[in-house]
Design a protein around this ligand. Structure first.
Ligand SMILES: Cc1cc2nc3c(=O)[nH]c(=O)nc-3n(C[C@H](O)[C@H](O)[C@H](O)COP(=O)(O)OP(=O)(O)OC[C@H]3O[C@@H](n4cnc5c(N)ncnc54)[C@H](O)[C@@H]3O)c2cc1C
Length: 332
C-alpha cells in the first residue's frame, strides 16, 4: 500500500512543531509506526505531517529521588527498557514496553506516541476498499457503529500497552501548545470517547512523562493477553502497582489499570478497599479481580478473542500482574 500525497514538514523545536500543527489538518509523527500504516490504510488522511524526530534533546530518560522519572517525548520504547533506573524501579514499564509489537517497532516507536495511540476497531482499522463495503461509522465521519449495533457513539478501543503501567505508577504528562504548557494526570490525557480519544488540542503535544520516585516497599507488574507472542495488540492488558508494609507483607495500597478494555485505559475504582490491611495472597485478591472483571468492557475490536472471553481474562491477567508487583514489593 502506498502513502497518499501529503506535505512533509519538519520542526527543530517544540514551539515550532506546535505552530505547524496550529495550521490545521496537520498530524504529529514521532516513530510513525502507527501513523504511517494508518495513512496507508487511508484511516488518517491529513494534509501534512510534522516530523518530531528532528527535534533535538527530547529523548532523555532521567531519574532522581527528588524528581522521580522524567521521560522526554522522543525516548523510544527500547530506550525505556534499556534504562537501568527503569529496570530497577519500574518493572511494569519494562514489561509493557517489551510487549509492544516487535523489537523493530520498539526501536522506532516512542513512549509518547504509544500513550497517544488512537483507538482501534475491527471495522475501522481496515483498508479503504474493505471499509467501502459498509456505511461510514462514527469514527470515519458517519452515523453508525458496526461494533455495537444501534449504539449512539463510537466504541473503538484503546489498546496501547504502556498507558496502564504508567497510570498505576501515578504518572503525569507535560503538555505543550501554542498557548503555553500544563501538567496533567495521565488519565486526563484520555477523553473516553472512541471517536477522539486523546484529549489534546490540535496544536498540543506531549513533551514529557513524569513518574513519582519509587516508594519503599512498592512494586509493579504488567501482563497482556495476545494470540502471538509478538506483533499483536493486547486483547486484554493489566497493570498493578502495590505497596506492602511490615514483615508479613500486608497490603498498604494497590492500584489496578486495564487496557483493551474500553475507549481509554481505565483504572479499577476502589481496588484497594477489599485487600488493604490484609496480607497479600491470591485469595485476598479475589475481590480486586472481580472488580476488574466488572469494569472491563471489551468490544469486538482486534483480531481474535470474543469480548466475553476477554472480559473474563481481566481476572486472570490482573492476578498475574499483581503477582509480579508483589515479587518486586517483597524484594524491597
Ligand atoms: C504490526 C504492529 C503491531 C503493533 N503492536 C502494538 C502493540 O502490541 N502494543 C502497542 O501498544 N502498540 C502497538 N503498535 C502501535 C505502535 O507501534 C506503538 O504504539 C508505538 O509506540 C507508537 O509510537 P510512535 O512513536 O511510532 O507513534 P506515531 O505512529 O508516530 O504516532 C502515534 C499517534 O500519536 C501521536 N503522537 C506521537 N507523538 C506525539 C506527541 N509527542 N504528542 C502528541 N501526540 C503524539 C501521532 O500524531 C499519532 O496520532 C503496533 C503497530 C504495528 C504496525
Amino acid at each position: 500500500m502506498k502513502l497518499p500525497r501529503i506535505d512533509y514538514l519538519e520542526a527543530k523545536t517544540l514551539p515550532e512543531a506546535c505552530a505547524l500543527l496550529a495550521q490545521g489538518d496537520v498530524l504529529a509523527c514521532a516513530g510513525g509506526t502507527d501513523l504511517v500504516p494508518s495513512m496507508k490504510h487511508r484511516v488518517k488522511a491529513p494534509r501534512a505531517v510534522v516530523n518530531l524526530k528532528a527535534i533535538g534533546g527530547l529523548d532523555y530518560i532521567t531519574y532522581s529521588e527528588k524528581d522521580g522519572l522524567r521521560i522526554g517525548a522522543l525516548a523510544t520504547l527500547r530506550d525505556l527498557q534499556n534504562n537501568k533506573s527503569v529496570q530497577q524501579k519500574y518493572p511494569a514499564l519494562v514489561q509493557s514496553a517489551a510487549m509492544v509489537g516487535t523489537i523493530q517497532l520498539q526501536n522506532m516507536g516512542t513512549v509518547a506516541g504509544n500513550l497517544c495511540l488512537d483507538t482501534r476497531c475491527y471495522y475501522y482499522n481496515q483498508s479503504s476498499f474493505w471499509r467501502s463495503a459498509r456505511p461510514a461509522c462514527y469514527k470515519a465521519g458517519g452515523e453508525v457503529c458496526h461494533v455495537v449495533k444501534r449504539s449512539d457513539h463510537c466504541w473503538a478501543c484503546y489498546s496501547g500497552d504502556t498507558a496502564p503501567a504508567f497510570m498505576v505508577l501515578g504518572a503525569k504528562v507535560k503538555v505543550v501548545g501554542s498557548k503555553g504548557e500544563r501538567v496533567i494526570a495521565l488519565k486526563q490525557l484520555y477523553s473516553g470517547d472512541g471517536q477522539k480519544p486523546i484529549a489534546l488540542a490540535a496544536d498540543e503535544l506531549v513533551a514529557e512523562i513524569q513518574v513519582p520516585a519509587r516508594a519503599a516497599g512498592s512494586g509493579s507488574g504488567y501482563t497482556k493477553l495476545r494470540i502471538r507472542k509478538a506483533i499483536d495488540f493486547p486483547l486484554m492488558g493489566a497493570a498493578v502497582w502495590m505497596q506492602l508494609e511490615g514483615k508479613a507483607g500486608v497490603v498498604k495500597d494497590i492500584r489496578v489499570a486495564l487496557t483493551a478494555a474500553d475507549s481509554a485505559p481505565i483504572e479499577v475504582p476502589g481496588a484497594a478497599k477489599s485487600i488493604q490491611g490484609k496480607p497479600y495472597s491470591e485469595e485476598n485478591l479475589a475481590e480486586v479481580m472481580e472488580a476488574s472483571y466488572k469494569k472491563a468492557r471489551p468490544v469486538d475490536c482486534v483480531i481474535g478473542g470474543s469480548p466475553p472471553y476477554r472480559k473474563k481474562m481481566a481476572r486472570v491477567f490482573v492476578k498475574r500482574a499483581a503477582n509480579l508487583a508483589y515479587q518486586q514489593a517483597q524484594a524491597k
